[in-house]
Ligand binder design. Sequence first.
Ligand code: PAN
Ligand code: ZN
Length: 186
Amino acid sequence: MQIFKPELFFNSDTGQLSGKNIGEKTARLGDLKDVYVDEKCRKSMSQDQLVYHVQYYFPVSENTEGGLFFGNTTIYPGKVGDEYFMTKGHFHAKGDRGEYYWCIQGHGMLVMMNRNRETWAEEMTPGSLHYMPAHVAHRTVNIGNTPMTFGACWPSDAGHDYGTIATDGFSGRLLEVNGKPQLVAF
Ligand code: PAN
Ligand code: ZN
């Protein structure tokens, strides 16, 4: 029998992970071709502009059944035209896998869409907890003026289907209309 010191830390104020085997992914405007409705505007902006940053911990390899992955995402404040900075969004490749998000800092929206292309959104504020059911695409949006960070936990065999959203998009997008965030039909 042995007692171990933790090797992995989660900062509950910032959501940042530290320790061994933490992975990182960044998405800059240059990586987000055709994600925003105003592609011309995206192209005219600095392609180096950081839009979001993900840290993740994969204790088992991807596609392993029965494991859980853990991560955080920080979306920086900004807009492409009238559309707030946001993630690409995806269904899970194994569509029957759900996920939890919880907001750590900032002000955001979680946009969800089912297979019938019905879209809705939940406001994200520090402490808000969000369950994404199976077969529901999810995308997060920063509607504030400061970085928005949330945590995530999802099954290790969920995978990501980005193709469906790249082809068909969400049927609603969060745009600033008269100075306020609004879910606009597309
Ligand atoms: C999250 C997302 C993360 C980045 O960890 O992968 O917020 O968003 P995109 O993957 O849409 O670029 C998650 O939902 N994992 O399943
Ligand atoms: Zn997901």
